[in-house]
Design a binder for this molecule. Structure first.
Ligand SMILES: [Zn+2]
Length: 73
């Protein structure tokens, strides 16, 4: 299961920064998280929950190029 963005995590206001919010669990600011699971710390409760639930990470660079069609003679 995959979603383009993961923004439904609990957020809290960053003290001293009027328009900055951070994840309640890992304290990473929302602009760094940028809607991706990997934006959270590996120990983040929200990230762990998503991964437990079977959500995939957003990385698309995980697929290796399949170029094994060499016909060496
Ligand atoms: Zn988090």
């Amino acid at each position: 299961m995959k979603k383009p963005y993961y923004i439904d995590y609990p957020q809290e206001h960053v003290e001293g920064h009027a328009h900055t919010y951070q994840c309640v669990y890992c304290k990473v600011v929302t602009t760094t998280i940028n809607g991706s699971i990997e934006g959270h710390l590996p120990s983040c409760e929200f990230r762990l929950k998503l991964e437990r639930d079977g959500f995939e990470k957003n990385a698309d660079s995980n697929s290796l190029p399949c170029s094994s069609s060499d016909e060496v003679d």
